[in-house]
Design a protein around this ligand. Structure first.
Ligand code: 5GP
Length: 118
């Protein structure tokens, strides 16, 4: 997919739009979803310009891939997830993806409906 430099998450990464940051490193940024669907609803995104999961796994460097997923673990360790959590990555039109920058939803803090989506 051709990357759209003006998507909301690209603008957050550039500092053009605010976010409620949780943590970051060289490779990832984690922040609260603006419209949370669970008591804990965090978005974890790579800092590189990847539109979806396939682009990220296909084009990112090994350091970028490890850096993002270590970020996911860091968020899991530091938030209230002791009773479990759900990771979701919506991809493309059928997957319900709205923002065309790869992101992982982390939902936690209550028993989640089997079919709930983020
Ligand atoms: P998608 O539907 O693409 O999987 O997820 C996009 C997510 O971004 C949605 O859960 C939506 O609530 C969240 N979102 C949309 N705009 C903003 C924003 O400006 N700031 C933050 N923090 N989250 C946003």
């Amino acid at each position: 997919m051709k990357y759209d430099d003006n998507n909301i998450f690209a603008r957050i990464l550039r500092g053009d739009l605010p976010c409620q940051k949780i943590s970051e490193n060289e490779y990832y940024l984690a922040f609260h979803d603006l419209y949370p669907r669970a008591p804990v609803h965090v978005l974890i995104i790579p800092k590189g310009p990847y539109g979806d999961a396939f682009d990220f796994h296909n084009q990112a460097t090994p350091d970028e891939i490890v850096g993002l997923y270590k970020g996911v673990n860091s968020v899991i360790e530091n938030l209230e997830t002791s009773e479990g959590y759900r990771l979701i990555s919506n991809t493309g039109h059928h997957g319900g993806q709205e923002v065309p920058h790869y992101h992982i939803h982390l939902l936690a803090g209550q028993k989640l409906n089997k079919h709930s989506i983020a």
